[in-house]
Design a protein around this ligand. Structure first.
Ligand SMILES: [Zn+2]
Length: 313
């Protein structure tokens, strides 16, 4: 009796899907600067991950309501030191990054305009709290989820995990005498370690967002064995992060999700929405043992609790 009731209550929840919409540079393509994804929980909570340079600032009409902003680390192509004038300005080969977001960052400008919470780990929250305060926002909207802990906002549980990367703050965010002196000396500000994220949605889907990272033992020990992530968003660009071969090893042998969304390819990955032959993205797709979905800008994908794409892929 109880079992039947439990199943009746649980089924509609499991059948619900998380909608993921890439906000890239050019509609229908996967371009060099593309990082930003909007996750929409079945309960309506909307999460923006790494706005980067392809979200056209707080006025980008594609944003809509944004409840939570995740920033994996402080590099300009993730927090957004500059951005395009509007979606589809520039080209996939030559992205428009002509609008400066300094010294605020695009993440902060969007958070102030949308009254979003910024959830970060490491020692990034005080930086964002100060920026929110300086721009008329509420510093309390900068929230901490440090390694091993989590916060729940709008029914979405957020934790941070290690990312093997760097996380220097460009002195241009500081400005003034100190910023100039640091810049001359070639020294970045310190806000602790770069991060990835584990995001658990209300339908039960657990997603791993790698951020910029190399291969880490935590991808097995923490991301898979503890959090049991079923969907991965994996950076594949090489040079700055894991390349296609390393990213495929992470997916095949460490995280072992049901499916993966390629990210941060730093190349023209698609032409007409199809994978460009000879691209890093093609190499990753061939090397990965699970379905690889392309983050085509503006194209919404839906994922169920098991990490399977149920629509839009
Ligand atoms: Zn980086």
């Amino acid at each position: 009796m109880l079992g039947a009731l439990g199943a009746a209550l649980a089924l509609p929840v499991l059948a619900q899907s998380v909608k993921i919409t890439p906000l890239g540079g050019i509609d229908g393509e996967f371009c060099p600067q593309d990082r930003a994804l909007v996750f929409e929980d079945p309960n309506g909570t909307r999460v923006l991950y790494d706005p980067g340079r392809t979200v056209a600032g707080a006025g980008d009409p594609r944003l809509g309501k944004i409840d939570i902003i995740l920033v994996s680390h402080m590099h300009g192509d993730h927090v957004g030191n500059a951005h395009n004038k509007a979606p589809n300005s520039g080209s996939c080969e030559a992205p428009d990054m002509s609008v400066s977001a300094m010294p605020n960052s695009s993440a902060v400008n969007i958070a102030v305009a949308k009254k979003s919470r910024i959830v970060t780990g490491s020692e990034m929250p005080p930086f964002f709290a100060a920026k929110l305060k300086a721009n008329g926002g509420d510093p309390a909207n900068s929230m901490l989820a440090r390694f091993g802990g989590s916060v729940t906002v709008g029914g979405v549980r957020i934790a941070t995990v290690t990312a093997m990367h760097s996380n220097g703050v460009d002195p241009d965010y500081l400005g003034g005498e100190l910023g100039r002196a640091m810049k001359e000396a070639g020294i970045a500000g310190d806000v602790g370690l770069a991060t990835g994220y584990i995001v658990q949605f209300s339908n039960g889907l657990v997603a791993y967002l790698s951020g910029d990272t190399g291969i880490t033992a935590d991808q097995d020990l923490v991301v898979r064995q503890h959090y049991n992530a079923k969907l991965a968003v994996m950076n594949i660009g090489d040079g700055f992060t894991t390349g296609p071969a390393e990213a495929a090893y992470v997916i095949n042998d460490l995280v072992k999700p049901a499916s993966v969304i390629a990210s941060h390819a730093n190349e023209v990955a698609t032409v007409g929405g199809k994978v460009r032959p000879g691209s890093k993205t093609e190499r990753f797709i061939k090397a990965a043992k699970v379905p690889v979905h392309l983050p085509l800008s503006g194209k919404t994908m839906e994922f169920d609790a098991s990490g399977k794409c149920t629509a839009g892929c």
